[in-house]
Design a protein around this ligand. Structure first.
Ligand SMILES: [Fe+2]
Ligand SMILES: [Fe+2]
Length: 353
């Protein structure tokens, strides 16, 4: 039976714990202000404060935001890469700000209604190119995604940039898939995948970035910039133009990361050269390359005329190689051509054309 006393005990107010107000009295930097500029309040502007100081070595492996006070009970989160030279780029914040402001929609920003019926061979070639690109872009998203959980919170600018790249590559994956399926074609032959696997399996961030951002995406960017040569309508032109804009940021991150790394750790140069030796070879080796990609590209470039297609293919390849060498120069890794280290097939592309 419930007695009166039991009832009154049940109605007692729960004991209120003492409010922890230790956060009112911390020794972090206070009084910091940032005003929006022409482009709004960007990461770069908040980085103009003391919170923008980037430690060369992030000793903290917890999720503590850079500049916040440490909490002794916080667990380590698996951010195993502490050295800034491993993952950082001075341009990461700027490139992230730019990525956020230049997002576009494959659903509504492409004039899909300009896709007129094409001759079947041309539609097949475009479907093949888009099949290959869908596969490549998917891995281009997987790779930064794989590295994200290793990068210290102190180097969050690189983390945020890579997150924006994952979003960009998601859009590239879907836009090429949409193009393959939107105009009476379909998906054709998948690629060999060996080169993609090589990037995915890199055990060092700078090696990965040299393959993905500088060489792989660099070649893709040079190609997309020449998209007018491949496109048959406004929709395709817009796809290549918008994707090239995104690729520029990915390539720029790779170049500025390599520059930062080599300035701070010049011994890494040989390691990067070695990685590029391997990956250049993969890119030009017909056994490892994507059998559909080159064929479709030649076919589209020549608009069905294979001789003209090859002529334009070498024009594209020459531009790809020249721009690749220029990027390496900017990053401080010069001399591949002069020392005969550039793969002979790539060297030939700029010598004979
Ligand atoms: Fe992409
Ligand atoms: Fe990309």
């Amino acid at each position: 039976m419930v007695t009166e006393q039991m009832l009154s005990e049940m109605q007692l107010e729960p004991e209120v714990p003492e409010l922890d107000l230790s956060w009112l009295n911390l020794d972090t930097e206070w009084g910091v202000q940032s005003a929006p500029g022409r482009k709004g309040l960007t990461l770069q502007q908040i980085n103009d404060t003391i919170y923008g100081e980037i430690p060369a070595m992030a000793a903290d492996h917890t999720a503590r935001p850079r500049g916040a006070a440490a909490a002794s009970q916080s667990p380590r989160m698996g951010y195993v890469i502490g050295e800034a030279t491993e993952t950082f780029s001075d341009s990461a914040a700027l490139l992230y700000d730019e990525a956020v402001s230049r997002q576009w929609s494959s659903a509504t920003d492409i004039p899909w209604d300009t896709l007129d019926e094409l001759p079947e061979d041309i539609e097949r070639a475009m479907a093949q190119l888009c099949t290959s690109l869908t596969e490549v872009e998917f891995i281009a998203g997987d790779v930064p995604g794989k590295w994200l959980p290793r990068i210290a919170a102190d180097h969050y600018e690189s983390g945020l940039f890579l997150m924006s790249q994952v979003m960009d590559e998601a859009r590239h994956t879907d836009v090429f898939r949409k193009r393959a399926l939107a105009n009476g074609g379909g998906l054709l032959l998948q690629g060999g995948g060996g080169g993609l696997r090589q990037i995915l399996e890199a055990e060092d961030f700078t090696q990965m970035s040299s393959m993905l951002h500088i060489l792989g995406e660099g070649f893709v960017q040079s190609l997309f910039r020449l998209g007018e040569l491949i496109a048959h309508n406004e929709a395709e032109k817009r796809i290549f133009r918008l994707a090239a804009q995104d690729e520029s940021r990915h390539v720029a991150f790779g170049v500025t990361h390599l520059k930062y790394t080599l300035e701070n750790d010049p011994d890494k140069a040989e390691e990067v050269h070695w990685t590029l030796d391997m990956f250049e070879n993969t890119l030009v080796d017909p056994d490892q390359a994507n059998p559909g990609l080159a064929g479709a590209l030649v076919y589209l470039l020549g608009d069905g005329d294979v001789d003209e297609g090859w002529r334009l293919f070498w024009h594209v390849r020459r531009k790809q190689v020249l721009e690749y060498l220029h990027r390496l120069d900017v990053a401080g890794l010069s001399g591949r051509q002069e020392t005969g280290r550039l793969h002979p097939a790539l060297a030939a592309a700029i010598e004979e054309n």
